[in-house]
Design a protein around this ligand. Structure first.
Ligand code: SF4
Length: 70
């Protein structure tokens, strides 16, 4: 599978457990038993990008950061 230059970072300290990320991009984000975000794939494939961007946009705690190469 081709992996693009998108890199994902999460800040579990900022996460308030809303769960939007795991709903929108379950192949990239999960939640611990306490509801805190778990990053499953820091370099998601191109097919997951739209969902990952949406998850970052919709995270109410700004706990998801995307780094995109030009
Ligand atoms: S959407 Fe944000 S606040 Fe909600 S679980 Fe994911 S990282 Fe945490």
């Amino acid at each position: 599978m081709t992996h693009g230059p998108l890199r994902v970072d999460v800040s579990p300290r900022l996460c308030c457990g809303a769960g939007m990320c795991a709903l929108l991009a379950p192949e990239v984000f999960d939640q611990s038993d306490q509801g805190v975000v778990l990053l499953l794939d820091a370099h998601p494939p191109a097919a997951a990008r739209t969902a990952v961007r949406e998850a970052a946009d919709q995270c109410p705690c700004a706990a998801i950061t995307l780094h995109e190469s030009p």
